[in-house]
Ligand binder design. Sequence first.
Ligand code: DGP
Length: 113
Amino acid sequence: MECIFCKIAQKELPTKLIYEDNLVVAFDDLHPRAPIHKLIIPRKHIATLNDITDIDMPLIGHILHTAQKLAKDCDIAEQGYRVVNNCNAGAGQTVFHLHFHLLGGREMSWPPG
Ligand code: DGP
């Protein structure tokens, strides 16, 4: 399957992983929108948030727990950070392998555009 994020997770591309375990990997976004902009993805190929099922519930919890850990590691936990999933093209999803953006290091406005 031609999925860029599967290739990153399988280390078929030279993207530096900032975190990895048996379920997820994390790396810096190619086009950062904030001083801290990480992507957290499951190793399992899931196209969008619409495609998760009951068996993926522990995985989703693990992704959010990883976001919390990375926020602490990046020293943005106390200041505040945002975890974002864009689901489908209308919300801005461009890579169809489930991923969560971890953004921080600057003030965030609300609502997002
Ligand atoms: P989204 O718009 O929610 O689908 O976000 C996809 C993000 O993925 C976007 O912010 C740019 C990032 N991205 C796309 N291709 C690559 C890549 O090859 N390497 C890295 N590090 N990030 C990528």
